[in-house]
Design a protein around this ligand. Structure first.
Ligand code: PRP
Length: 183
């Protein structure tokens, strides 16, 4: 964490606030999913941090799975078409699937994934997202659990990267301009 400290401009969400929110969401999930077959599905790579912490606030037996997706270049940002690089190991039939995301930006990745996963006939399909950028979703999305609505700024930390760095920061933060484009 100290390695990255000089690059941080502003801490948007402190580590303690993230943990408190995840504890609250974990408790809601515990209430909502008692007696059901819960599968957490993480979208790599960013979601691995929130997935690890959130799962430990859920007081239920649960299973994990992960997907890796990639956009088809710049066209994706408008078309919403994503390529599946790593698919799930689980067959979703009869499972209560909770898709875990670190951030919902345009919402196009999520829209694609929800359609794709719904076609596999899970018992239920919901979303938990730590962050949602305010007012920029291009598609209407029904998110069951949302941690924080944040302004439309580029953020790093808690799984989110710039050029694959900063994922290990315990908070969500913005970067100083000089932190960009360094080798
Ligand atoms: C981020 C995030 C979502 C997606 C959201 O992943 O984890 O999957 O972008 O963007 P959208 O709402 O505009 O579709 P990213 O592509 O940065 O990959 P990473 O998690 O591997 O860093």
């Amino acid at each position: 964490m100290d390695t990255y400290a000089p690059d941080i401009e502003k801490i948007l969400i402190p580590a303690e606030a993230i943990q408190a929110k995840l504890a609250e969401i974990g408790e809601r999930i515990t209430q909502d999913y008692t007696g059901r077959s819960l599968l957490l599905v993480g979208v790599l790579k960013g979601a691995f941090v929130v997935m690890a912490d959130l799962a430990r606030y859920i007081r239920l037996p649960l299973e994990f799975d992960f997907m890796a997706v990639s956009s088809y270049g710049s066209a994706t940002k408008t078309s919403g078409v994503v390529r599946i690089l790593k698919d799930l190991d689980h067959d979703l039939e009869n499972l209560d699937v909770l898709l875990v995301e670190d951030i919902v930006d345009s919402g196009l990745t999520l829209k694609y994934l929800l359609k794709n996963l719904a076609a596999r006939k899970p018992a239920s399909l919901e979303v938990a997202a730590l962050l949602r950028k305010e007012g920029i979703q291009k598609v209407p999305l029904d998110l069951r659990y949302v941690g924080f609505d944040i302004p439309n700024e580029f953020v790093v930390g808690y799984g989110l990267d710039y050029d694959e760095r900063y994922r290990t920061l315990p908070h969500v933060a913005t970067l100083k301009p000089e932190a960009y484009n360094t080798d």
